[in-house]
Design a binder for this molecule. Sequence first.
Ligand SMILES: [Fe+2]
Ligand SMILES: [Fe+2]
Length: 145
Amino acid sequence: MSTQQWAWSDRLSLKHELMDETHQEFVELCAALSLPEEHSPYLTRLDALIAHSIEHFEQENTWMRDFEFPPAGCHQGEHDAVLQVMQEVRRRYVEGERDLGQSLAEELPLWFEHHVDTMDNMLAQFLINNQLAGKEKDQPSAALA
Ligand SMILES: [Fe+2]
Ligand SMILES: [Fe+2]
């Protein structure tokens, strides 16, 4: 896969509007990691992705807690692990390991597509089924957009 051509596609849609919007933003910010340094500093683009990811993952973690989603621990563990990788790459990039920046840009799309296909797909179906069951009445409405 060429990360320079990586972009949102319907193949990544989980039919959950709010989750799909967040995922489109992740894809844009992640694809931007492959832009040339003349466009903007790599660290600025990585920081934007990290800031997005903290909110993105916290949103899903909150849904999992609120709805008592059974595989929450496993899903949250993947969020924590990839966030740690991003922060570690940032630390080492600052110390001069510039090659890691491009490695992250190449690996993250693979991680994300797998994560969407498995963890996020299960969560989206779970949220949609809760909505269909009418359980949203006493739950945060944002989860069921
Ligand atoms: Fe997600
Ligand atoms: Fe997730």
